[in-house]
Design a protein around this ligand. Structure first.
Ligand code: NAD
Length: 284
């Protein structure tokens, strides 16, 4: 029988733990704070920002949004970022991406202070994640995938896992985090000859491609666990994932819904990372 594994119970558990941690910090007169850096006002960014601010408020993380003009120069952007790096009241910095063309991410990723980089833009955090160094900050979405698997008791050691999609925000880091748990990983991308074949051989399939309902019933092995990271709007204007949920749901043992799956856990991880950064910065 297949189980629809929702994000809410996972997010709620993380939030409950955070509330207690933040209360303990407040007793020490320490207030965790997140600053979101948003250039312009893309609807996707605004939607995520709303969720992030709501979650932070709920658990007691202070927030600030630094809205910068769409045409800000690279020098001015770097100055703003350096100010945040130096501001002792700010524990975590989240920069919405993609940045406009005039801003060079390959330079900016070396400017953000690694200890405040709670969504893994800095190569320092990419390196720590790859080494399995728990003092770093892996990106929030792949961490949400891992938290869901852990919450629902999925044993990963020795499991055959297929990751469909290989971006730096979803697929690649998910592959590394699963590898760190001793799973066996296959990663597919747009140039993979037969992603369906690779997926069919896996016990756990994580999908993050940005193509509505790409993964069909014939991609999935009987009893597999499917984690759908995709968030898309289909031709009818409905929110849907990268997996054909209705087509595969009776074949799998577990599947995340969209909406209500990975996306609902991501902002809890963001808040969790801010608290972790705050504690580290206060030597706690
Ligand atoms: P992206 O466009 O940066 O990367 C897509 C990846 O999928 C690439 O590696 C590409 O090669 C691969 N791909 C595309 N078509 C493919 C195909 N037909 N077969 C195999 N591989 C294919 O996208 P992204 O930023 O990684 O986002 C992926 C999805 O995850 C989107 O739907 C996005 O909205 C969603 N997302 C969700 C969250 C969340 O919190 N739940 C966060 C970030 C992204």
């Amino acid at each position: 029988m297949s189980q629809v594994i929702k994000g809410k119970p996972v997010a709620d558990k993380i939030s409950e733990e955070l509330v207690l941690e933040i209360e303990a910090l407040k007793e020490k007169v320490i207030q965790p704070k997140l600053t979101i850096v948003r250039v312009g006002a893309r609807p996707d960014d605004l939607a995520y920002e709303k969720g992030a601010l709501g979650r932070c408020k709920k658990v007691g993380v202070e927030t600030e949004v630094k809205e910068l003009p769409e045409d800000i120069t690279q020098d001015d952007f770097i100055k703003e970022l350096q100010n945040l790096n130096e501001d002792k009241a700010v524990n975590g910095i989240l920069i919405f991406r993609p940045l406009p063309e005039q801003l060079d991410e390959s330079v900016i990723k070396y400017v953000i202070a690694p200890e405040k980089d709670i969504d893994c833009l800095s190569p320092v955090n990419v390196g720590k994640m790859t080494e399995g160094d728990k003092t770093g900050f892996p990106p929030c979405t792949p961490t949400a995938v891992m938290e869901i698997l852990k919450f629902y008791g999925v044993e990963l050691q020795g499991k055959d896992c297929a990751i469909i999609g290989a971006s730096m925000v979803v697929g690649k880091p998910t592959a590394i985090l699963l590898l760190n748990e001793n799973a066996t990983i296959s990663v597919c991308h747009i140039f993979t000859k037969d992603s369906a074949k690779v997926a069919r051989q896996a016990e756990v399939v994580v999908v993050g491609v940005g193509v509505p309902r790409l993964v069909k019933e014939n991609w999935i092995a009987e009893g597999a666990i499917v984690i759908d990271v995709g968030i898309n709007v289909d031709n009818e204007g409905n929110l849907c994932g990268d997996v054909d949920f209705d087509g595969v749901k009776d074949k799998v043992s577990m599947i995340t819904p969209v909406p209500g799956g990975v996306g609902s856990v991501t902002t809890s991880i963001l808040a969790k990372h801010v608290v972790k950064a705050c504690k580290q910065q206060n030597n706690l």
